[in-house]
Design a protein around this ligand. Sequence first.
Ligand code: MG
Length: 285
Amino acid sequence: MTEAEEVQLQELAHRVRQHVVRMATDGGCFIGASLSCVDLLAYLYSRWLDVGPDRLKDPSRDYLLLSKGHDVPALYGLFVELGFLERSRLARHLKTDDHIYWHPNRNIPGVEFHSGSLGHLLSVGLGIALDIKLRADKGRVVVILGDGELNEGSVWEAVLVAGAKQLDNLVAVVDRNGFQANLATEQLLPLEPLTDKFTAFGWETVRLDGHDFQALERGFAEIPRRVGKPTAVVADTVRGQGLPSLAGRADRWFCNFSPAEVDMLLQELEGTRRAVLESDVIVAR
Ligand SMILES: [Mg+2]
């Protein structure tokens, strides 16, 4: 990846973050998790996946499934930038006459499957990857998982089966932002050593910085790392990446900002000021 290409990706991710911030009002959104996976999604759709708005009916395309569906503002913001979705649709967020809602909806072009109830889409991705193998086709399947989502037993059933079925066209990407709702994952139910767990199930593993486009390029260039082995990419990320006033905060997982706060956060994205946030935090107990 050239330096110019890296800058282009950074600019794309920046525009997606602007969309996410604008969706965090008038009902709000899961902004922390959305911002942690913007760079992952921008990289994958721009540099690795063979898919686009004109390929959605092509069975030979690559597939991305967003299992941690509550970060869908990042996906929809990216879809606008890549031409899957008209920009005006984002203003329909949470309106009852549109499908732009808190979780992915297949009525939106580019969304491969509904999600939101956690723990399901690795199994769906496993099925698609197996179908691709049975058709002797070339498509690859990426499933984005939340780290908190790994508490779901159904995830590990799919990990077990994918290893047994030798699905080297399946890639699980863990958005390892260290939080689930308003708790640190290691505080609630420890996950580490995470790569060792996937290795024990017969997967190849890569651990990298999920905000470093050069690291993503190097990591994904090696996939599949071994014939017959699915790959788990554990991407270390920061919840709220791009906004210092939100970054790494346990209590700012879901936010419903006032219009004035949105304006301040857009300026914070530009690095011109620090937002003063007064809207309520939401604490799950
Ligand atoms: Mg998380």
